[in-house]
Design a protein around this ligand. Structure first.
Ligand code: TRP
Length: 353
């Protein structure tokens, strides 16, 4: 059986390099290999509202931004169904039944939820919808028979929750014909890409922390951000030995640099190991390493930016594509939803003789 792939992003802002290495790169790889049955990418507007209830316009306006980010990064709408979560009501019906299979304390133990509650200052009062979003996300995944979810590390607890719901559903309703596939996460191979740190040295690049390079940033902004990235605070003079650990510039080189980049931009070195060794020994300045990184990131983002400029003139077509795909996704989700209800015994049609 070929895989069914589904993943998604909240439309609360533009996508950044953390999204790129954490998930988009794997999506492009899967898309280009082409050996799947179906491939969905969901713009999770309803999930975004769980902590933006009073900012509907922000969420709504970012749907097109995220869609443009996908398309400009190379996601092909002929190969991948990109759709909008709130336009697939089957997901919320499914969520209602799943909510009976998950306890409040289980959700409160979800490590990603725990972090996000802290970040958002929700400790005293958590919106129910926010606490419940892992259950809703399980429906996003399970409603399509998803087998693979390409995502960053922070999504692992959500996958775990979805798998528990499948087990609990099977235990509670003993379906005669299995309803759900067991979804698996697909993480990036390199650990640095699973959770890309922020420019300021914080553990995660994120829009809320303001430490991100966006796919849509212009050339000047990218350079300014890279030149101000956190390195080794004790590496003051060029001759000082420098530390690699915790040094964001080297972290990004781990994530983005390939040997061919040395040939093109820094031929005095063969590879990253040589560059690191020189930095650690002393005699290599931050500026030189940052300019090298800048070349690599500019090379990656320039074509994406050009495509974005073209797409900005085709917004109507993109909305049309999103709305049509959402209808299609809704039809597809209704198949598993109705099978699920039958297996639960909610088969009221059978009562009519
Ligand atoms: N939680 C994801 C994020 O914060 C978005 C998302 C919603 C998602 N539903 C999903 C990701 C289903 C993968 C699968 O970006």
């Amino acid at each position: 059986m070929k895989d069914i792939i589904l993943t998604g992003d909240r439309p609360t802002g533009n996508l950044h390099l953390g999204h790129y290495v954490g998930s988009i790169k794997n999506r492009l790889k899967l898309q280009n290999e082409g050996s799947y049955e179906k491939f969905y990418i969901m713009i999770a507007d309803t999930q975004a509202l769980t902590d933006n209830a009073d900012r509907v316009d922000k969420v709504k306006n970012n749907i097109i931004q995220v869609a443009i980010d996908y398309l400009s990064a190379g996601i092909d709408p002929e190969k991948v169904t990109i759709f909008i979560q709130s336009l697939v009501p089957e997901l919320f019906e499914m969520t209602s039944y799943f909510m009976n299979l998950v306890s409040v304390s289980r959700l409160q133990r979800n490590p990603t939820i725990k972090d996000e509650i802290k970040q958002r200052g929700f400790e005293k009062s958590i919106p129910i919808g926010f606490l419940n979003y892992p259950v809703s996300q399980a429906a996003d995944i399970l409603a399509f028979g998803t087998t693979i979810v390409p995502a960053g590390e922070d999504q692992l607890p959500m996958l775990e929750q979805a798998r528990e719901i499948v087990a609990s559903f099977n235990h509670t309703y003993s379906p005669k014909i299995p309803v759900f596939a067991m979804p698996k996460a697909l993480l990036p191979e390199e650990s640095i890409c699973r959770r890309l740190p922020g420019l300021d040295g914080k553990v995660k690049m994120s829009k809320s922390a303001g430490n991100a390079i966006y796919l849509c940033d212009d050339e000047k902004t990218i350079k300014e951000k890279i030149m101000s990235a956190y390195t080794d605070p004790d590496h003051i003079r060029v001759s000082d030995p420098g530390k690699i650990e915790g040094n964001i510039v080297f972290a990004y080189l781990d994530a983005f640099c390939e040997n061919r980049h040395f040939e093109k931009y820094l031929p005095e070195y063969k590879n990253l190991d040589e560059l690191k060794a020189h930095y650690q020994k002393g005699g290599l300045g931050d500026v030189k390493v940052k300019l090298f990184l800048n070349n690599i990131i500019q090379e990656l983002l320039a074509p994406i930016r050009e495509k974005r400029a073209y797409l900005l003139n085709h917004i109507n077509d993109i909305y049309t594509m999103l709305f049509e795909n959402s209808k299609k996704a809704s039809k597809e989700a209704s198949i598993i939803l109705s099978h699920m209800k039958d297996e639960m015994g909610l088969d009221y049609k059978k009562l009519l003789k």
